[in-house]
Design a protein around this ligand. Structure first.
Ligand code: ADP
Length: 428
């Protein structure tokens, strides 16, 4: 018990004792006690009244100096009130700082509700998307931003990557949009101006395409001369080795240049592939025969054609997909191993797979295999001559056919590369 409470108790007992003594002296104990208790109650009532009045006007008036018990209660109330005021100010300050910070962020931020309606956005989002404060609050983002790619992205449900669209305000500007789902009721949309990156990427692609085209003609001339020299019977035998090596290296350069041109062509073609009827079975029979004719190859190259299904697509691109995957399997499988090529169809679509018992790929490399110039092992590549472009071509060509690539592999045991084609591209 605090001092004030003990003092109040002592005072109450003293008051009752004094009233008792006076009552005994005057011979009216009950009346004396009644007067004392009524006086005490009146005093308490007055103090309670002052306290209640102050509580109602506390923002304008200082606390009354009541002392004792009531003084202690007022001090307690003051402490709670000050703490509340401090937190209120701090929250307001934090909110102000957050608004200043979000206004300074160069990227656009939008908070969306359960129906993807706009609940809040920063100034960069307003500028990049042409949104008007207050007017666009509550509007659904897919109603304001009707770009087909964005609508497909929003409805697709996979928000691990972003989608790049042209700005409606300025068609020269490219915006990257990414949805971050926090909960069913709260989502965040990040908007970034990626015009510079898109331009640089286009420049890089143009450069690669032009440089590859420029390299092709001189290479053809060099290969022609090297071939002629290799066939020249009068040439000193000392030169045979170096000329054969020159021929091999020229061939390798030719294959890299051809792959680069193919990749550039695929990257610059927009939209899905056409719908030429392609006899996959016949194509695979020819590819299997070509690979069986190689000198260095796995002892067994088996073809399992379980379907007569044909594909609607671009024949050249489909040939590129199958050829790259079969060539890889043959390249990365020792002569003692085997390669199995499969083609089948089911209710989901048509599927092509190449299974080998070769060197395999460690799991950390698998997600990066389709990046251009990505090779698992540099030393291994030197002996096999790959440039790391084959799977990039496969991925692009597959995407143009609405297909997907699945890779499963185990080091030293072998790999399975499977291409899945959608039903709409299959004709029986
Ligand atoms: P490359 O021309 O070097 O073969 P790719 O893009 O076709 O380029 O393949 C990328 C890398 O993936 C290769 O360098 C190789 O390390 C690995 N790879 C591809 N296919 C296989 C396979 N069937 N078995 C083992 N490794 C493979």
């Amino acid at each position: 018990m605090s001092k004030a409470w003990s003092f109040a108790l002592v005072r109450l007992i003293a008051l009752l004792l004094v009233a008792l003594i006076i009552g005994l002296i005057v011979g009216h104990v009950q009346a004396a006690l009644l007067v004392a208790v009524s006086g005490g109650l009146l005093l308490q009532w007055m103090q309670l009244y002052r306290l209640s009045w102050w509580l109602q006007h506390r923002s304008a008036e200082d606390a009354p100096d009541l002392g004792g018990l009531w003084g202690e209660i007022i001090a307690l109330i003051m402490r709670i009130y000050r703490r509340k005021l401090f937190h209120k100010r701090r929250t307001a300050e934090l909110f102000r700082e957050f608004r200043q910070l979000s206004a300074a962020v160069p990227d656009g931020l939008l908070v969306l509700g359960a129906d993807r309606e706009i609940q809040w956005f920063n100034s960069a989002a307003g500028r990049l998307l042409g949104l008007r404060r207050k007017l666009d609050f509550g509007q659904r983002i897919d109603n304001l931003l009707r770009h087909p790619d964005f609508v497909r992205y929003i409805e697709g449900g996979d928000y691990t990557a972003s989608v790049v669209v042209r700005s409606v305000q300025d068609t020269e500007v490219f915006l990257s949009l990414q949805l971050v789902v926090h909960s069913a009721e709260r989502q965040l949309l990040l908007v970034r101006d990626v015009t510079r990156e898109v331009r640089l990427d286009a420049m890089r692609k143009d450069f690669v395409a032009n440089a590859s085209h420029e390299l092709r003609s001189p290479l053809t001339v060099i290969t022609g001369y090297v071939d002629a020299l290799a066939e020249d019977t009068q040439l000193d035998t000392l030169w045979r080795g170096p000329i054969a090596e020159m021929g091999r290296q020229a061939m390798r350069m030719r294959s890299v240049v051809d792959s680069l041109i193919e990749l550039s062509r695929l990257e610059s073609t927009v939209g899905e592939a056409g719908d030429e009827r392609v006899d996959v079975g016949a194509m695979l029979v020819a590819l299997a025969a070509e690979n069986r004719a190689l000198i260095e190859r796995p002892s067994e190259i088996a073809l399992h054609l379980d379907s007569q299904a044909m594909l609607l697509g671009a024949s050249r691109e489909l040939h590129s997909i199958f050829s790259n995957l079969i060539t890889n399997a043959v390249k990365y499988t020792p002569p003692s191993g085997r390669v199995d090529i499969g083609w089948w169809a089911d209710q989901h679509g048509a599927h092509f797979s190449v299974t080998d018992t070769g060197v395999g790929i460690a799991p950390e490399h698998i997600p990066r295999l389709t990046e251009r110039f990505y090779r698992v092992d540099q030393s291994r590549h030197r002996s096999t001559g790959g440039a790391g472009l084959g799977l990039a071509i496969v991925k692009h060509a597959l995407t143009r056919h609405g297909g997907t690539l699945e890779v499963s592999s185990e080091e030293s045991r072998g790999s399975v590369f499977t291409c899945h084609f959608p039903q709409r591209r299959v004709v029986v």
